[in-house]
Design a protein around this ligand. Structure first.
Ligand SMILES: [Zn+2]
Length: 343
């Protein structure tokens, strides 16, 4: 089959079109004929190499897959061959104490499709049957592939971890990212007032279109100062951060008393410095979060399928142009998801 991947870690030039064998399905797997696969920042890090990540080469990236079932393992009764599906990219053992509690992202065996195992930059990918959800008949593959990772991540952050309530104020950093476009919509859907930041006026305009109420251009003013002024020195109830040390101390300064900072990444580095005294005195919660449980994935995808939440597609590229697609993502030019289509 045709795929795009790399034989060694490195820059964009390491990505190449490959001719590799079709994956062989295990008893509980399905083989999916990929029709669309969305990019994530994770794809760039995996290509460049992550500490402790040892991959079989060549490696095929791609976490967010939509397509139709082409073959099934011997123990699989559903989905059947021909069913159109989207896939939860979080892979889990299903047997440990955390999986038994339905907290699959805490599974010690937790893996992500395309990070630890071969992903969706290909004509075919194998995934566990239990990770699939069926697409409504009129639902497009490109939109379906744009949803899973960012919507499940934002859903767990806001609904499960930060427990947002109607009437609360939620600050979402970096409005153009996939997680942010999902978080803005989920917070709005939950009845919150949404603040969004970006350095780009154009991205802020798009953020407003998908539900952001208060726009902060962080190239004009530090966002913590802006929040302090816009809330008459109260602060916001919840901050959604995925940036890390570059924003973490400011995010904490944006929080009101009893506020929650929920974060799902540390793009700008591993260590942050902040004043502990301010956070304990004001009763702040600092909540780590990653990916979602299968239940959370199914809950948020049901809202996507009912059009209550809308995947934001920046641009689609054919699979063969994966390098151009990754370059656009690396330059942070996008608003929403960049998607590969597989003919
Ligand atoms: Zn487990």
């Amino acid at each position: 089959m045709k795929a795009v991947g790399f034989r060694e870690h490195g820059g964009l030039d390491k990505l190449q079109v490959l001719d590799v064998p079709k994956p062989e399905v295990g008893d509980r797997d399905v083989l999916i004929r990929v029709r669309a696969c969305a990019l994530n920042h994770l794809d760039l890090w995996v290509r460049e190499g992550l500490p402790g990540l040892k991959l079989a080469m060549p490696h095929i990236p791609g976490a967010d897959v939509a397509g139709e079932v082409a073959a099934v393992g011997t123990d699989v009764s559903y989905p059947e061959v021909g069913v159109r599906v989207a896939v939860n990219p979080g892979l889990f053992c299903g047997e440990c104490e955390w999986c038994a509690q339905g907290e699959q992202p805490l599974c010690p065996e937790f893996k992500i499709l395309g990070e630890h195992v071969a992903g969706g930059y290909a004509e075919y990918v194998k995934v566990p049957a239990r990770n699939c959800v069926e697409l409504p008949t009129d639902f497009d593959y490109v939109e379906a592939a744009a949803a899973p990772l960012v919507f499940e991540t934002a859903w767990r952050m806001l609904i499960t971890r930060a427990r947002i309530r109607p009437g609360e104020t939620v600050l979402v950093l970096g409005a153009g990212s996939g997680v942010s476009t999902a978080a803005i919509q989920i917070a709005k859907h939950a009845g919150c007032t949404v603040f969004a930041t970006s350095r780009s006026a154009e991205k802020l305009r798009r953020a407003k279109e998908i539900g952001a109420d208060v726009l902060i251009n962080s190239s004009e003013m530090e966002f913590d100062r802006a929040v302090w002024e816009l809330t008459a020195k109260r602060g916001v109830d919840v901050v959604v951060d995925h940036v890390g040390p570059a924003t973490f101390p400011k995010s904490l300064r944006c929080l009101t008393r009893g506020g929650r900072l929920v974060f799902c990444g540390a793009t700008s580095g591993p260590e942050a410095t902040f004043d502990l005294r301010r956070s304990f005195y004001r009763g702040h919660s600092i909540l780590g979060s990653t990916m979602s449980s299968q239940k959370e994935f199914e809950d948020v995808m049901a809202l996507v399928f009912r059009r209550k939440l809308k995947p934001v597609v920046d641009r689609a590229y054919p699979l063969e142009s994966a390098r151009d697609a990754q370059e656009r993502l690396a330059k942070a030019e996008q608003f929403g998801k960049i998607v590969l289509t597989v003919a």
